[in-house]
Design a protein around this ligand. Structure first.
Ligand SMILES: Nc1ncnc2c1ncn2[C@@H]1O[C@H](COP(=O)(O)OP(=O)(O)OP(=O)(O)O)[C@@H](O)[C@H]1O
Length: 347
């Protein structure tokens, strides 16, 4: 995948990732289908434990034991199915093709090496032949993000603020010219002003470098700010997905409605916000059959106990819910189409 080839598309199909626990192997991600269209920013949102980070790690086939990808494929343009990749091919793909900014990137730099040294290490591990050119690229990227690049390259982690470290993380994900970038909780632990700055930088760098970007977050405000499309995850499954504006303006899945109702700044008056009752499931109590959200769902019906929710597709949106199957009230004119009740999604 040469840089001039344009941003890659990604097709995730039937992805199931399990972790080995005392109770056996349990799915953290279960039958997920998701498309990342080339050149777009997709946001994956959900409460803690919904499987977002596990899904993101699967894009690099980087799920670590006791986890493993048990089924499905992750097709990346120019790279093929990363689930089938291994060894050297996989190592080279990470960084070169897929740039990854880990959760808590503020703390993931090596405290014993300057940022510049870490750039050189990264280049060496990927066989970059022109280290000076790499450092110049790193300096330019940092400058592009409003930092004094030369100074940051000479700095150690403890000399940088949280927002600066986050920008260094983004630079490290981009400096090898990866065109697919995964950002896991890019703004957690940052103050509001720094958060807004980082999101602006994500949008600008995405557009300027022609990237396909996946942003993982628990914060609907973050996806509202940056994402063209969003996927809402719950209990390891995609509950609803579609264009961000449409989903936020008219959520269909009861979980999405609950999440939105719990965010004061998106619904206006703080008095109108209602916390979603209950807690998200842990691996041990995700129901094996039926709908994973039924325990907290105001629309719960008998069928939710046993049948996996059908994916109701309408235009470029879809939601997996038994209640929507008979619900004409949300039809956007195309008429909802019920897809197979296997968790398959149409993006
Ligand atoms: N190494 C592991 N061993 C066992 N279970 C794990 C492991 N890593 C994650 N899990 C479980 O898998 C489920 C999904 O975790 P994951 O980190 O993907 O969710 P998340 O939505 O990213 O949550 P968070 O926002 O808290 O990171 C959770 O129930 C979690 O406890």
């Amino acid at each position: 995948m040469a840089p001039e080839q344009g941003p890659p598309g990604v097709r995730i199909r039937g992805l199931t990732v399990v972790y080995r626990t005392a109770a056996g192997e349990l799915p953290a991600v279960s039958g997920v289908d998701l498309d990342l269209a080339p050149g777009t920013i997709t946001g994956v949102v959900g409460e803690s434990g919904s499987g977002k980070s596990t899904l993101a790690l699967s894009l690099l086939n980087a799920v670590q034991p006791p986890g493993r990808i048990a089924a499905g494929s992750v097709e990346i343009d120019g790279l093929g199915d990363v689930v089938a990749l291994g060894g050297e091919g996989l190592r080279r793909a990470r960084g070169r093709h897929v740039g990854y900014v880990f959760q808590a990137a503020q703390n993931s730099l090596n405290p014993l090496k300057t940022v510049g040294k870490q750039v050189l290490d990264l280049g060496r591990s990927h066989g970059v032949e022109n280290p000076r050119g790499l450092l110049a690229d790193a300096r330019d990227l940092l400058g592009r993000m409003g930092l004094d690049g030369a100074r940051v390259l000479d700095s150690y982690q403890h000399e940088l603020s949280g927002g600066m470290r986050q920008r260094v993380g983004i630079m490290l994900a981009l400096v090898l010219n990866a065109r697919l970038v995964v950002l896991d909780e890019p703004t957690t632990a940052l103050d509001m002003i720094t958060q807004a700055t980082i999101l602006r930088i994500v949008r600008e760098v995405h557009a300027e470098r022609g990237l396909t970007t996946l942003v993982i977050t628990h914060d609907l405000g973050v996806v509202a700010e940056v994402a063209d499309r969003l996927a809402v995850m719950y209990g390891g499954r995609v509950a609803e997905q579609g264009p961000t504006r449409e989903v936020l303006a008219g959520p269909r899945h009861p979980y999405t409605r609950g999440l939105l109702g719990a965010v004061p700044r998106l619904v206006g008056d703080i008095g109108e916000a209602h916390a979603l009752p209950g807690r998200p499931p842990t691996l041990a109590d995700i129901p094996a059959d039926g709908c994973v959200f039924r325990g907290r769902c105001p629309l719960r019906m008998d069928v939710c106990e046993t049948g996996r929710p059908p994916v109701v597709v309408s235009g470029s949106r879809s939601a997996a819910c038994h209640a929507l199957r008979d619900d004409d009230g949300h039809d956007d004119g195309d008429g909802p189409v019920v897809a197979a009740a296997t968790g398959e999604e149409q993006a």
